[in-house]
Ligand binder design. Structure first.
Ligand SMILES: NC(=O)c1ccc[n+]([C@@H]2O[C@H](COP(=O)([O-])OP(=O)(O)OC[C@H]3O[C@@H](n4cnc5c(N)ncnc54)[C@H](OP(=O)(O)O)[C@@H]3O)[C@@H](O)[C@H]2O)c1
Length: 286
């Protein structure tokens, strides 16, 4: 696959119940402007159906990624092969397509990976033509094991100014093995924008960013651009899937990337600050 460096992350449109009309405007205009990666999952509420409705008529214009493992909702994982295959088939129906480009195991544990039968199920889906490629989406030692197993084509993992574990633990090896790498949560949910501690799944990023206190985050006009350029300048990252519910956001973010990779000195200072401040508990966030 030849992927656009800026992709689209589909969790927000599901969890925030974005209207079909807004999703059609958002994805339609982004595809016109050069987007060619759309990532979603089995458990992001109506995200798959919204994407199917909005752009299944333009299926050849983009690479479509989904995930499996929580067909009954996040927190109700089912890694049995039959359940995974059923979930993939349901995804195809919802997405109004006969195949996706990538199916990813949605952050299963190291134990599940080691058992092997969940990976067998993905391989069966690939043999049946339900997906072109198979991947693992997750972090930490499980992601490392997924790469070492040699059975996955891609890794989706958290990479951002607030989440740098992957830069040493997994990305060099994934790169050496020629895997496709998708950076999830690439803007660290812009968690620095909150003045009060948010009661949300990105609270850890909020806390980390307060401790890191990067000087560039004090410049609102360029903070998002620097954060996104950091993620995309990390060696091995192929695409960054920013989540949004807003039409025009993709085009705005694409324009921020026109400046290209961050200069080496800026990369180094962000890395140095992370090494200085981060704690051993600052693991890759699912
Ligand atoms: N375990 C997994 O497999 C897993 C876990 C988490 C995420 N993911 C994937 O990764 C994708 C991205 O993760 P994410 O959405 O949690 O985090 P993210 O992409 O780091 O952050 C998304 C947030 O950034 C905001 N944003 C984007 N561009 C902005 C800009 N120019 N200025 C200000 N705010 C901006 C969006 O707000 P607006 O809506 O206002 O644009 C949204 O609230 C998900 O959609 C999903 O596909 C996978």
């Amino acid at each position: 696959m030849q992927v656009s460096v800026l992709g689209f992350g589909g969790s927000e449109i599901g969890y925030q119940r974005t209207s079909a009309r807004t999703v059609a405007a958002l994805l339609g205009s982004a595809l016109d402007a050069g987007l060619n990666v759309v990532d979603t999952a089995e458990c992001y509420e109506d995200s798959e159906a919204l994407i199917g409705k909005a752009v299944s008529g333009r299926r050849r214009d983009f690479h479509l990624f989904t995930k499996c493992g929580h067909a009954g909702g996040w927190g109700r994982a089912d890694w049995r092969p039959a359940a995974l295959l059923k979930s993939i088939e349901r995804s195809l129906t919802r997405l109004s397509t006969d195949h996706v480009d990538l199916v990813q195991l949605h952050s299963c544990s190291l134990d599940v990976l080691r058992r092997g039968d969940a990976i067998d199920a993905l391989e069966r889906a690939r043999e049946r033509g339900l997906t072109r490629y198979i991947g693992y989406s997750g972090d930490g030692p499980a992601a490392r094991y997924a790469i070492e197993s040699g059975r996955f084509d891609t890794l989706q993992t958290s990479v951002s100014i607030a989440d740098q574990e992957a830069l040493e633990l997994t990305l060099p090896l994934a790169r050496a093995k020629g895997m496709g790498v998708i950076a999830k949560r690439p803007l660290a949910n812009v968690a620095w924008r909150y003045t009060r501690r948010p009661d949300s799944y990105y609270v850890d990023y909020y806390e980390r960013l307060r401790a890191l206190d990067y000087p560039f985050l004090r410049q609102p006009a360029t903070a998002v651009a620097t954060a996104l350029r950091f993620t995309l300048s990390v060696p091995g990252v192929d695409t960054a899937i920013v989540g949004t519910t807003k039409p025009e956001r993709w085009q705005t973010n694409a324009a921020l990337l026109a400046a290209g990779p961050l200069p080496k000195t800026e990369m180094e200072s962000i890395r140095a600050r992370w090494r200085e401040v981060s704690e051993p508990s600052w693991e890759g966030q699912i």
